[in-house]
Design a protein around this ligand. Structure first.
Ligand SMILES: [Zn+2]
Length: 509
């Protein structure tokens, strides 16, 4: 089994922000989960470096576009280790190996008869690097996304015959209802297709900052086609001396944000059809994180800045918060106050305290040893089928639902501690066997949740599993059962609470 997971390549014109971190974290969580299932995973991210906005921004700074691209690509790359991202490759679209492959694939599209020469005239947004259809322009000729004035542009262009794929795309959506998810995005893409597809410009004549069109050197490819092809080209050169295309293509999951739905859900499959390349399995569209600036935590200020959060609380906390707070696939609000609340109630209390208490009790009542024997059947029902349900959610990119399944068990284990009150059992010699069984059950329960939480909380999960003396991360062995743990070692707080707001913080509810 293989799994190929991608983020969009990030446009180097902007600085990395929470939105980029969000997609990268989600893709990383998926990649880690699939590795835990013993699958061979390829996780790709990178930067989109061509197009007019980059050229314009570079000229405004008095430098060459390549220099600006180098500078900004490095900023995106440096964010990855901070997030705990385990990408297998970082593609840059100015890589000559990518460019050569783009020329090859689009040359094939032309040979297959889907490219013709013409003149394009339309309203163009330089920030989008895209012409805007008349029915999408805001009053006053404004870009609906950027709210800047559009310019009327006319230029010689080679066109991609998108209209030729109308029926094939409709059929694709009929036959593969999971091609785009969630359902609202599937419907949105399908209704765009049904509204009638028109041919789109494939090349730019006035621009030089792009991949040169091999059959006409006065043109460069329109940045979107060059960018989309990264998912395909990367496999051919990511590993030196090897072509991974036949191993990993087609991609299993393209994760994207909804602003680039049409390019991925309509142009991209059409382009692949035109080049006789197999289509990806799934496109999953996540929502936007809306910042609630007035819900402000003293220690983090009013902006949920990924780097600040990571410096104060660690990458695990940011990964957890983003996938826990906002159902993956929907829009949702985030705030530094909500972050801090979840950190304290869920990470520090629910999980952190459970781990500290369990390990402390095993240490105190049985010298750190976990005696052999059966587990308490009370929890069997609550944990039965857990790993299967988690895997099913992951197969549908339902990252928040998978996390909720696991977190219900974290809460169940906390209730179990209260129900069995090991400290009371410890006072009665007659109850020694019961005490041992309760502690064993708790330790094994912790192990199960730690293995399943690893994609979200890699650092904490690894520390916890090391303290339990059971470092195996395989999902196949995660089900609750006896025999994995012989002894525990002391552990420092997984999520220290040294981040309490100062006393003078105004009450803010
Ligand atoms: Zn725009």
């Amino acid at each position: 089994m293989t799994a190929y997971i991608t983020t969009p390549i990030y446009y180097v014109n902007a600085a990395p922000h929470l939105g980029h971190a969000y997609t990268t974290i989600a893709a990383d969580v998926m990649a880690r989960h699939h590795r835990q299932r013993g699958e061979e995973v390829f996780f790709l991210t990178g930067t989109d470096e061509h197009g007019e906005p980059v050229a314009d921004a570079a000229h405004a700074l008095g430098i060459e576009p390549q220099e600006l691209a180098d500078r900004n690509a490095a900023r995106f790359q440096s964010l990855l280790p901070l997030l705990g991202a385990t990408n297998d490759f970082f593609i840059r679209t100015t890589d000559p190996r990518h460019e050569a492959r783009v020329q090859e694939v689009l040359g094939q599209v032309r040979e297959n008869g889907f490219v013709y020469q013409g003149t394009y005239e339309g309203w163009y947004c330089p920030r989008c690097a895209d012409f805007k259809p008349e029915n999408e322009i805001d009053p006053g000729n404004l870009c609906p996304i950027h709210h800047i004035e559009l310019t009327r542009e006319q230029e010689d262009s080679y066109f991609f015959k998108l209209s030729a794929f109308q029926e094939r795309l409709e059929r694709l959506y009929e036959e593969r209802e999971d091609f785009v998810a969630p359902r609202t995005r599937y419907n949105e893409a399908l209704s765009f297709i049904r509204s009638g597809l028109r041919d789109v410009p494939l090349t730019r004549h006035k621009l030089t900052w792009g991949v040169q069109v091999p059959w006409d050197h006065e043109h460069v490819f329109y940045v979107w086609f060059d960018a989309l092809l990264n998912y395909y080209t990367a496999l051919s050169f990511a590993r030196p001396g090897e072509d991974l295309t036949s191993t990993f293509w087609p991609a299993d999951y393209h994760l994207i944000a909804k602003d680039i739905l049409r390019f991925h859900a309509v142009y991209w499959p059409a382009l692949l059809m035109a080049a006789d390349i197999e289509l990806p399995e799934h496109i999953f569209v996540h929502g936007y994180l809306l910042m609630e600036g007035e819900k402000m935590s003293k220690s983090l200020g009013n902006v949920l800045d990924p780097v600040t959060v990571i410096e104060r609380f660690g990458a695990d906390a940011l990964r957890f918060y983003l996938l826990r707070e906002v159902p993956f696939g929907q829009d949702g609000t985030v705030s530094t106050l909500a972050f801090q609340t979840r950190y304290e109630t869920e990470l520090a209390n629910d999980l952190g305290n459970l781990a500290s208490r369990t390990i402390a009790m095993v240490t105190r009542y049985s010298d750190g040893a976990v005696a052999d024997g059966p587990l308490d059947p009370t929890l069997a029902g609550d944990f039965a089928g857990l790993t299967e349900r988690v895997c099913t959610h992951f197969d549908r990119a339902e990252l928040t639902m998978a996390l909720e399944e696991i977190w219900q068990r974290v809460r169940r284990l906390n209730r179990y501690v209260e129900e069995r009150a090991p400290w009371r059992l410890a006072r009665d010699d007659e109850q020694l066997e019961e005490l041992e069984r309760v502690l064993r059950t708790l330790a094994e329960g912790l192990r199960t949740v730690a293995v399943l939480l690893w994609p979200y909380l890699p650092t904490a999960a690894e520390r916890l599993l090391a303290a339990l003396g059971s470092p195996d991360l395989a999902v196949a062995g995660a089900e609750l059962g006896p025999g994995h743990i012989n002894a525990v070692r002391p552990i420092e707080a997984l999520f220290p609470k040294d981040t309490e707001p100062a006393d003078d913080e105004r009450a803010d509810d």
